[in-house]
Write a protein that binds this ligand. Structure first.
Ligand SMILES: Nc1ncnc2c1ncn2[C@@H]1O[C@H](COP(=O)(O)OP(=O)(O)OP(=O)(O)O)[C@@H](O)[C@H]1O
Ligand SMILES: [Mg+2]
Length: 347
């Protein structure tokens, strides 16, 4: 056994590790990076990373912490245990990683060994599960409320009808139309909270064609809003529930238009990448404050005077029902991007 260890090619072992491993000097320069590290950071050659500062790959708010951490590891030879942080890849993409830093002894010197594990996929899966659980609980609750409220309202509607036959009063019409609105809200709620009730068949969908046709529905609102369509890979088809998806795209575009106060721009993107169809709806509207982002998709959450707050619930439920992911990026005063990914299954 010892014989094997003695003869092991440790360099090969480290190079092929699934974890990214970097060696960093006290002045923050990177002196070694294994293959997983290059892959993680979207780099193609070592020239792009060797002798560069590690802070180049960290968001500005982590620079001080990085400095302090390296001093602790190199000067005091402490271990900095696993923690979750964000890193910035080449081309600016952000990844969530778990990082640990330990002293690395080399030729009488102490350097820092940084071990990084990409946890972006795990984080997405966790968020998806949380969203699903949230929606499932709210869905059950909502379906229960709909059921309980619908029965008495149906009775009221019946009696109103009877009264109208023998009496004539203008308030009766108002009552009836208000009652209709209540029924519509209940219907919407039922639809978004229990989408499986809509037993739509899966059909082959030309997403680009549908995006173009949905935009036509907003013609009269588009006089002050510029629309850019960037529809790539338009030959890709996707099996899905057409009406549910159309409604989702409608809800996203409607929100984008409503977020733009005066003049602004909406961009709709479509492309295919490694088995997934990506659809992005971006606007240059008012943006969403960070603390409100977690509320998106919650039934009845709305900041608009006459919004139902069911639009995004419908979008989130539909995307999840299709096995997809949805993420939101927003900067207040600058705009918002909703990014949907739908899996293209070949069945
Ligand atoms: N593109 C966006 N820009 C800024 N805020 C948004 C955007 N999309 C959604 N929001 C915020 O999320 C809230 C919920 O959106 P959702 O579509 O669920 O409901 P709503 O738009 O308020 O009502 P409805 O869709 O019934 O008209 C909105 O009220 C708004 O505050
Ligand atoms: Mg909406």
């Amino acid at each position: 056994m010892n014989l094997i260890i003695d003869n092991l090619d440790f360099h090969q072992l480290v190079e092929n590790s699934l974890n990214s491993i970097l060696i960093v000097c006290e002045d923050q320069t990177i002196r070694y990076c294994n293959k997983a590290g290059l892959r993680l950071l979207n780099l193609t050659s070592l020239d792009q990373i060797l002798n560069k500062k590690i802070s180049q790959f960290l968001p500005p708010d982590l620079h001080d912490m990085c400095n302090e951490g390296l001093t602790r590891v190199i000067e005091k030879q402490e271990i900095i245990k696993e923690m979750d942080i964000k890193i910035i890849k080449n081309h600016g993409e952000v990844a969530e990683v778990e990082i640990m830093t330990i002293p690395f002894y080399f030729e009488n010197k102490v350097l820092a060994q940084v071990i990084i594990q990409d946890i972006t996929k795990r984080k997405i899966a966790e968020k998806r599960l949380k969203d699903r659980e949230k929606l499932a609980t709210l869905g059950q609750l909502a379906a229960g409320i709909v059921h309980e409220v619908k029965n008495p309202l149906t009775a009221v509607k019946g009696f109103l009808h009877l009264i109208k036959e023998s009496h004539n009063h203008p308030y009766l019409d108002t009552m009836e139309s208000e009652l209709e609105k209540a029924f519509q809200t209940l219907q919407n709620l039922l639809q978004v909270s229990k989408p499986d009730l809509l037993d739509e068949p899966l059909i082959l969908i030309d997403v680009c064609k549908e995006l173009n046709s949905i935009l036509l529905l907003f013609q009269e609102k588009l006089y002050s809003v510029e629309v850019e369509m960037d529809l790539r890979d338009s030959d890709k088809r996707f099996y899905g529930k057409k009406n549910l998806l159309l409604k989702s795209f409608f809800n996203l575009i409607k929100n984008a238009i409503e977020a733009i106060m005066d003049d602004g721009k909406i961009k709709i993107e479509h492309y295919y990448h490694e088995g997934w169809i990506h659809i992005k709806v971006s606007d240059t509207g008012q943006g969403i404050p960070e603390e409100k982002l977690v509320l998106l998709g919650t039934p009845f959450y709305s900041s608009k005077p006459d919004g139902t707050g069911l639009g995004l619930t419908q979008v989130f439920t539909t995307v999840h029902e299709h096995g997809g992911n949805i993420s939101v990026q927003s900067v207040v005063g600058k705009g918002t991007t909703f990014h949907i990914q739908l899996p293209v299954k070949m069945n």
